[in-house]
Design a protein around this ligand. Structure first.
Ligand SMILES: [Zn+2]
Length: 435
């Protein structure tokens, strides 16, 4: 359970990632939490991952009296079997994204297609493996899947590593992570040696151009493809795997994903040809699937940030961005403190009055909440005590209003005086520059 302050941080992290999707070309999708067992059979999860999955049983009663029963009148209605059957709570988003990719015909011109998904995921971890926020049974990933042409793999990996660098630099984790390439397992793997070699070479080239130090975990790749792990060191020096970039030869085959391209045999090897006869021949090619997460588990990353910042949150992520303290409890001072707060958080009463009167808000009174977290302390205690308490609670900005501020329609921040609107713009700027 995240309390209100925790939920603020969680949402700010997710919003931050969502904004980066504009630059990195991801489209967000929304997918179910529960899927039929048949989907998990197709994806291979039932055979390889069922111990870590929660199963969900349909209600047999509703199947007997449900809407299908009344209109079909057929006891062998296949829908009955479905409703009676077993479902699985999703531990990963990949199969759902494969279903979306396969939902229509794709051309090489459509690729790369990049889907992002913040869905909750459930994994039935044994209780001994659970640990604080770093290992939980229900969590969220900034999950994404890239479906691309074989010739696009290297560029997509490069862009993903750049994305990781941007996010970790903004989060001030830039110096504390390393990259590790996991290569083909000795035995038990799918795909040809040639496919693996090509994929690993593309990953190596992307790692080299990343300008970061990287190492190899020989034979440590998943059976379905090589991967790059981003490993973060916490404040105690303990390492945690956070971001991951994973190539997958398996799921595109299982879900029979394909796109149409000229000279399909060349296309499948990531090569090009000028031969007009070959180019005239279109055919299906399997896309490469890349799983990637930048934060990884949002919950786990939050745990690492909590340790790392040690109570000193940067302003943009701080769940206590500002507090307005009143010098006394006179009506004008309390009222002005509330007014100033409304301006800073963008709570525009006039806009709501317009809407309630059946009109849309005017340009002078737009509905524009700033998303800033601002509290007010109007308690009848000494200012010195209120300031000390606010400091100890970790507020980013401690604003003060007294009789003089009411008169001049201003708020005080240390020795600075400014209007609430100026204060709002200053804070919004700090958020936009990740201070
Ligand atoms: Zn995936």
């Amino acid at each position: 359970m995240f309390l209100p302050r925790g939920a603020r941080i969680f949402n700010k992290l997710v919003d931050f990632l969502r904004k980066q999707y504009i630059r990195y070309g991801f489209e967000e999708v929304i997918t179910p939490t529960i899927y039929k067992k048949s989907l998990w059979a197709k994806s291979g999860h039932l055979a390889n991952y069922s111990d870590d999955m929660y199963s969900v049983t349909g209600n047999p009663k509703s199947a007997a009296t449900g809407e299908h029963a009344c209109c079909s009148g057929d006891e062998k209605d296949p829908n009955h079997e479905e409703e009676d059957g077993e479902y699985g709570l999703k531990p990963m988003n990949c199969p759902g994204h494969c279903v979306i990719f396969a939902s229509k015909a794709r051309s090489y011109r459509d690729l790369p297609i990049r889907y992002a998904d913040f869905s909750p995921l459930h994994r039935n971890e044994i209780s001994g493996a659970l640990s604080g926020l770093t290992r939980v049974r229900r969590f969220h990933q900034d999950d994404g899947h890239i479906f691309c042409r074989p010739s696009q793999v290297e560029e997509e990996i490069k862009r993903t590593l750049e994305f990781v660098k941007v996010v970790y630099t903004v989060l001030r984790l830039g110096v504390s992570y390393r990259l590790a390439l996991s290569t083909r397992p000795k035995d038990h793997y799918i795909g040809t040696d040639e496919e693996w070699q090509r994929a690993e070479d593309a990953l190596r080239r992307a790692l080299d151009t990343s300008g970061m130090d990287w190492s190899v975990n020989e034979g440590d790749g998943a059976f379905y493809g090589p991967k790059i792990d981003i490993i973060l060191k916490d404040s105690d020096g303990k390492e945690h795997q956070t971001a991951t970039v994973q190539l997958d030869f398996q799921l595109p085959k299982r879900f029979e994903l394909e796109y149409q391209a000229p000279a399909p045999e060349y296309e499948a090897r990531g090569e090009t040809t000028d031969d007009p006869a070959l180019l005239a021949d279109y055919g299906p090619v399997r896309p490469v699937m890349i799983h990637r997460a930048v934060l990884g588990s949002v919950e786990r990353l939050m745990a690492l940030l909590i340790e790392n910042y040690n109570g000193k949150w940067p302003f943009w992520l701080n769940p206590r961005q500002a507090i307005i303290l009143t010098v006394n409890t006179s009506d004008p001072v309390i009222e002005w403190a509330e007014q100033a707060r409304n301006v800073i958080i963008g709570n525009n009463s006039q806009a709501y009055e317009d809407i309630l009167a059946g009109k849309l808000p005017s340009a002078d009174h737009p509905l524009r909440p700033t998303g800033l977290g601002v509290d007010v302390d109007i308690s009848a205690r000494s200012l010195g005590l209120k300031i000390r308490e606010a400091r100890n609670s970790g507020y980013g900005h401690i604003l003060v209003v007294g009789d003089e501020d009411v008169k001049h329609k201003q708020v005080s921040l240390g020795k600075e005086r400014m209007s609430p609107a100026e204060m709002r713009d200053k804070m919004v700027n700090m958020v936009d520059t990740f201070q």
